[in-house]
Design a protein around this ligand. Sequence first.
Ligand SMILES: CC(C)(COP(=O)(O)OP(=O)(O)OC[C@H]1O[C@@H](n2cnc3c(N)ncnc32)[C@H](O)[C@@H]1OP(=O)(O)O)[C@@H](O)C(=O)NCCC(=O)NCCS
Length: 280
Amino acid sequence: MSTLKKQIESLVSNPPSEKPTGFDSLFGEFLAALESGEIRSAEKTEKGWVANGWVKQGILLGFRYGKNVKQTENNDILEFFDKDTYPIQKINGRENNIRIVPGGSSVRRGAFVGKNVTMMPPMYINTGAYVDDGSMIDSHALVGSCAQVGKNVHLSAAAQLGGVLEPIGATPVVVEDNCMIGGNTGIYEGTQVGEGAVIGAGVVLTRSVPVFDLVNEKVYRGSKDTPLKIPSKAVVIPGSRMIENNAFAEQHKLAISTPVIIKYRDDNTDEATALESLLR
Ligand SMILES: CC(C)(COP(=O)(O)OP(=O)(O)OC[C@H]1O[C@@H](n2cnc3c(N)ncnc32)[C@H](O)[C@@H]1OP(=O)(O)O)[C@@H](O)C(=O)NCCC(=O)NCCS
């Protein structure tokens, strides 16, 4: 791994304008390490989640030296084009008991998919993403580039996890183990969702969205430099708050949407979010 890191870093600090000799095999090794989970674009340390800058830089090298090619050799009706460095990944379904139901889903090379993951069409997992064992990626869900998804997460229909490649130091969206991410949610700009949290249908989280914790009477926010962090086991639902100090808003009784932590996970929540084991 350290040799791989050194080779990637030396290409980044001294980038040749043409594809360097031996790049294909180096990049193949790099993608294989991402796909096996040996290296990750972000990981949890004692200081919290940190981005592995060299891994993200390695991913960008694939875009720099990749050539746009037809990706579907035997199909002239439905054609796909992408960088030759990022073909569709061949998933080892049989050995790892992963199911991909036919219908417009794909996992790009450079993504890690753990065992017993179920993916419903159409869904997309982008490069650098990490989806751990037992998670369910439902229809129309997006796991953006470098997003980190823990074990047994339910990413519901149309849930969008934003991607981040640049800036290199920016931590990606993180959803820790056992979270339930409801339908039509949007989790962007490096937001971190703590273990076991429930994001109710329709909630949108970004660095600019304050989240009001009714249990602990606190307000959580991100900033330009720090992501929004949702505490472990929080149950977040869509809320609204009045717009104050604006006569026009008051005249029209306008409010803006704001997520609210209504409670922390209890038996009711476990029942509401229980996964149907037969479907998995
Ligand atoms: C968050 C969620 C899991 C409910 O959690 P829960 O722990 O069962 O919540 P409860 O039913 O105990 O509700 C607690 C309070 O929050 C309110 N509430 C719960 N969910 C709400 C929502 N999504 N919007 C507004 N209010 C909500 C309830 O009305 C209740 O308030 P009350 O006590 O004043 O009546 C559920 O609302 C949700 O969003 N589920 C996701 C569904 C989904 O996306 N499925 C995808 C299938 S692919």
